[in-house]
Design a protein around this ligand. Sequence first.
Ligand SMILES: Cc1cc2nc3c(=O)[nH]c(=O)nc-3n(C[C@H](O)[C@H](O)[C@H](O)COP(=O)(O)OP(=O)(O)OC[C@H]3O[C@@H](n4cnc5c(N)ncnc54)[C@H](O)[C@@H]3O)c2cc1C
Length: 627
Amino acid sequence: MAWKGMGGMPTRSSEGQRVRGSCGNGERGGAGLLGGGGRRPQQTVATPSGRVAPRRPPTTIRRKISSHKYTSIHVSTIFCAPSPLSGICNGDPHRSRRRRSPCAVPRCNLSDDGRRRNSTPAPAHDIASCLVTSGVKNFSLPASKSFKPTLDSSLRYLRFDVPSVGKPTAIVLPASQRELQCAVLCARSSSLAIRVRSGGHSYEGLSYTSENHVPFVVIDLASLNRVRVDPASATVWAESGATLGQLYHAVGQSSRTLAFPGGTCSTIGLGGFVSGGGFGLLSRKFGLAVDNVLDATLIDASGRALTRATMDADVFWAIRGGGGGSWGVVYSWKLRLVPVPGTITMFDIDRRGPADLIAGLIHKWQHVGPHLPDEFYISTRIYFKPKPTNGGNLTMSFTGQVLGPKHLVLSVLSKTYPELRLAESELSEVSWVESAAKFAGLYSVADLTSRQIGVGEYAKRKSDYVQAPISAPDTAKVARYLTTAPTEGSIQLNPYGAAMARVGSSETPFPHRAGFLYSVQYAIDWRASENGRSGGYMGWLRSFYEFMAPFVSKNPRGAYVNYVDLDLGTNNWTTATGGPLSATSVSHAASWGQRYFLHNFDRLVRAKSKIDPGNVFNNAQSIPPLH
Ligand SMILES: Cc1cc2nc3c(=O)[nH]c(=O)nc-3n(C[C@H](O)[C@H](O)[C@H](O)COP(=O)(O)OP(=O)(O)OC[C@H]3O[C@@H](n4cnc5c(N)ncnc54)[C@H](O)[C@@H]3O)c2cc1C
């Protein structure tokens, strides 16, 4: 076996080029996103005419409904109060009216209960007119030059960047909570389905696509990325459009000994990440992101801004791990920061060898990774690249973060995992925020603030959970199956246990707690030039997933909602609010919902029925309300 330490970062892409911001291939950096180029446009903002229309008073207004006709429409008013992120109104209509600032939103198509009166097709000028009238300046329509760059700016998976995938009628980039509230109401009054995008990292493109070509608007939160850290109380208020990197950077600036337990990839949006649970390198010590949510501001289907104090307890429970896109738009989160040593130890190393030898390392890892002290995190990614020189060899990458000094790491791992042959030269002592930048494949801590996602990926992902270690002979079979990958195929194993397992499985919608040893993420990646073979590649991944069935959790076979996988089933909505809901909508959704949420699925349906009975917020795998 060729032992090959590759501790140096930033990492290299498959072409051997130096990469920056390389959080490809799921959790771990280093999988070949060419950085620097960045597809984010310099100027993403446009009005339909290029002009900014004056805001009208919040009374009855005249709305342009065609190039030459106007009609009178009813206008609703949202009253705003200051939120903890200053300058941003809270918009709770139940609050004192003394500090209100009105937000005029046409409700032409909404009846009193907030449901749509009709479902006439919504041309772009309908929503454009509504947005302009409401003072929302930042949006882009398909005819605009900025439209494609704006859509692509955080479109992570290029599988969905093809003509056959429907494009939005408009992309709105609200710049304040009030604009976000207006965007929701304008989308509804224009009979458009709503897709909310924070970082655009959905594995199935759920934040910028719709089912059955239903017309939709993307509400992109990229401009809502303010982060306010309060080191004294070890808390932070962050807008959902902030990336993990922006959050980490702000926390790191405020203190060397505070951190947030988030994921590895710096360009993931906080909105989607927290909504789905949020696993990361500190989860074994401090739990998931949702275990550290203290409060949130949710914009509901009526445009109200609800906080923990004003929303139903089931709803506050649901937004903490019940998946994005079902409840409303989470505008901001109040998060608990966690204490870390000023210096921690990290490593990112590769071991390479024939399948049977790698199988031995995998087998042993199962008995080590999930059982180490809380301060230890060691995940592994095993991948195969079918190159003539590879000779059937697999590479096993280890990502390690330990809240302690080098000598602690060496003393513990030399006893528990001597097969790893970890050398002191492979370890680095750094601050937590430095480790965050390095794991994200960045050159510096300052790069954490970049939203540039580099070149997107052609890829498919699936997930599983393992509750009992896979036997040595079966691990060898798994490793050998990997070597049949037709292109770069991999599995990522993330250790659970410790603090994650001490949270009850019903305390949040994320149920994979005590008794779950580790998660498995299956991945296949390909280049644009191989698109003609993508069906075969994804077919191989699905066959691998079937092969793994005997070794993973059962009844139901679990999956992680942040690794969203439409192979598990879809709602098949046909209108902006889903189409007629039937008694079978919920039982159909249970077929994948119970795989993500196990016994928590029923409470999620109850929460949905309370907060969004009209199913305004939906996507291919959203939670349906009760009929
Ligand atoms: C390279 C990579 C690395 C990853 N690493 C990790 C990891 O370490 N740990 C982990 O747990 N997961 C990881 N993931 C999965 C990631 O957490 C999910 O894809 C997450 O949903 C992405 O959030 P986003 O805001 O970037 O995505 P988006 O595509 O913007 O949103 C995802 C979903 O959430 C909804 N949504 C977004 N914002 C909001 C909001 N403000 N309010 C309500 N709904 C919203 C969207 O409509 C969509 O349905 C990784 C994914 C990628 C691509």
